[in-house]
Write a protein that binds this ligand. Structure first.
Ligand SMILES: C[S@@+](CC[C@H](N)C(=O)[O-])C[C@H]1O[C@@H](n2cnc3c(N)ncnc32)[C@H](O)[C@@H]1O
Length: 240
């Protein structure tokens, strides 16, 4: 577990990897527009309401930007442990200057900054929880619940693993239709791309257990609010 956490940190705290990730971000985001919008729509606020949300593993702020755009009076606290991603985020969030700030947080540790100790109005996370081993996913969900205000919501947009290899093959078949170069890219990865891929898939886990972690943490209204192939939006509410 320590080894995998170190491998993950080496990826996300590498100048070269982050530069490469940022270079491909616009193209990847084109396929995520609906999921980003839906995550914002799921939050229970009026369009003009003032509230602050926390984005865990926020990276350069793709999920935060969708929420900041949908709710013009909202503010974001973006938590991430990568200085490179936080720095890139200052560029991609320039339109929202004054409405966001970054805090440093390593989600693998369970040690949260004092300012996120409680009373959170909403917590979101995207494309990050799959980097944590299952025991840590379960513990993180409990830590989030404990920090939310009663009645506040948590949503997680992330990939999941198939329960059955045939399901994984069907997902891949569609992905390959959509990107005719996907199969060739899979079989011609550079060593860096291979390391990134292995880091990406290392802790991806099936949907069912993750719903179980949310319920075990004490969330209510737990559901798969959206799903397309291997990507889902999971969430729940802290009981009032
Ligand atoms: C694939 S990127 C997703 C970024 C952003 N949430 C998005 O949707 O585009 C994964 C992010 O999770 C962050 N991350 C990975 N492991 C983390 C950890 N243990 N603690 C905090 N951040 C972590 C990385 O630094 C990176 O910014």
């Amino acid at each position: 577990m320590v080894e995998s956490a170190e491998a993950n940190a080496a990826i996300w705290k590498s100048d070269a990897t982050v530069a490469d990730w940022v270079a491909g971000a616009d193209a990847r985001e084109r396929g995520r527009v609906r999921a980003r919008e839906l995550l914002a729509e799921l939050l229970p606020f009026a369009e003009d309401e003032r509230f602050t949300f926390v984005d865990l593993g926020a990276g350069t702020g793709a999920a935060s930007r969708a929420v900041l755009a949908a709710y013009p009076s909202s503010s974001a606290i973006l938590a991430d442990y990568s200085p490179q991603m936080r720095e890139e985020g200052q560029r991609s969030l320039a339109d929202y200057a004054g409405r966001y700030r970054y805090v440093e947080l390593d989600l693998a540790t369970g040690r949260w900054p004092e300012e996120l100790a409680g009373g959170l109005q909403a917590v979101i996370t995207s494309l990050c929880v799959h980097h944590l081993p299952d025991a840590r996913k379960a513990a993180l969900f409990a830590e989030i619940l404990a920090r939310l205000e009663p009645g506040a919501w948590f949503f997680d947009y992330d990939p999941v693993a198939p329960d059955d290899p045939s399901v994984g093959e069907a997902w891949q078949r569609v992905q390959d239709r959509r990107d005719p170069e996907a199969a060739s890219k899979r079989s011609h990865r550079s060593p860096e791309e291979q390391a990134r891929w292995e880091n990406h898939v290392r802790h991806i886990s099936p949907l069912g257990p993750q719903l179980g972690y949310l319920r075990a943490a004490g969330f209510e209204a737990v559901d798969v609010y959206w799903k397309e192939l291997d990507h889902v939006i999971l969430g729940g509410r802290r009981p009032r």
